[in-house]
Design a protein around this ligand. Structure first.
Ligand code: C5P
Length: 214
């Protein structure tokens, strides 16, 4: 079974993706980490006129097994990731690794922006997680503060809004929910309720699939 969990920055898709993976005993890939790792690898060149070629080479050389989620969680890494994610060469270079993960024989959960539309359009269950930008900012701020970081909430809200705009206007057409994705608005849900709702979506997808086979 392939489960695709897409959505904007700090919508809760990573937490939901990890919870679904644990619930169904599937491997989980947070695909934002790939873009964040490329962004970090080229941080020194982010304003260089050659950044597209530099970032594409870094994406081609990325080692999936060396990704360190804790090092890449920061707000600045997210902003850099969204700057290099617009380059077609970067997206192409990261496509194969994501596709290979999606096709693991035991199934997989992937979270990101284009899992249900580009990476695994055949996914058995697709969720698109949304939440109000203020609420996403507060959640991400608390997550970082729990790790000892000092957070400027006004700046974080600006960064998240700018990232939403850049992601929406990306040259590849921007990120949109797949036609067959179920929209889950977590603005007014705590994490337990959001996970419960996500599991209900997957269960409904499994039931639909079983019914279509009979
Ligand atoms: O999800 P996360 O906040 O870690 O993603 C960081 C950035 O990486 C996003 O703002 C987006 O620009 C990019 N990204 C992407 N495609 C994905 C996952 C992330 O373009 N599948």
């Amino acid at each position: 079974m392939i489960i695709a969990v897409d959505g904007p920055a700090a919508s809760g898709k990573g937490t939901i993706g990890a919870a679904l993976a644990a619930h169904y005993g599937l491997p989980h890939l947070d695909t934002g980490l790939l873009y964040r790792a490329v962004g970090e690898a080229v941080a020194a060149w982010i304003d260089d006129p050659q950044i597209e070629a530099i970032a594409t080479r870094a994406a081609q050389a990325l080692d999936l097994d060396a990704l360190d989620g804790e090092k890449l969680i920061g707000a600045d890494a997210g902003v850099r990731a969204s700057r290099i994610a617009v380059f077609p060469g970067v997206r192409q270079a990261l496509f194969d690794a994501q596709r290979e993960f999606a096709l693991k024989p035991e199934g997989a959960v992937l979270d990101g922006r284009d899992i249900g539309t580009v990476i695994a359009p055949e996914a058995d269950a697709k969720l698109f997680i949304v939440a109000d930008a203020q609420i996403r900012t507060e959640r991400r701020a608390r997550q970082l503060e729990a790790r000892g970081a000092t957070v400027d909430r006004a700046r974080m809200l600006r960064d998240i809004t700018a990232r939403d705009a850049r992601d929406a206007a990306a040259p590849h057409g921007g990120f949109r929910p797949a036609d067959d994705a179920v929209l889950l608005d977590t603005s007014n849900l705590d994490i337990e309720a959001a996970i419960k709702a996500a599991i209900a979506v997957v269960e409904a997808a499994i039931a639909r699939k079983a019914a279509s086979r009979t």
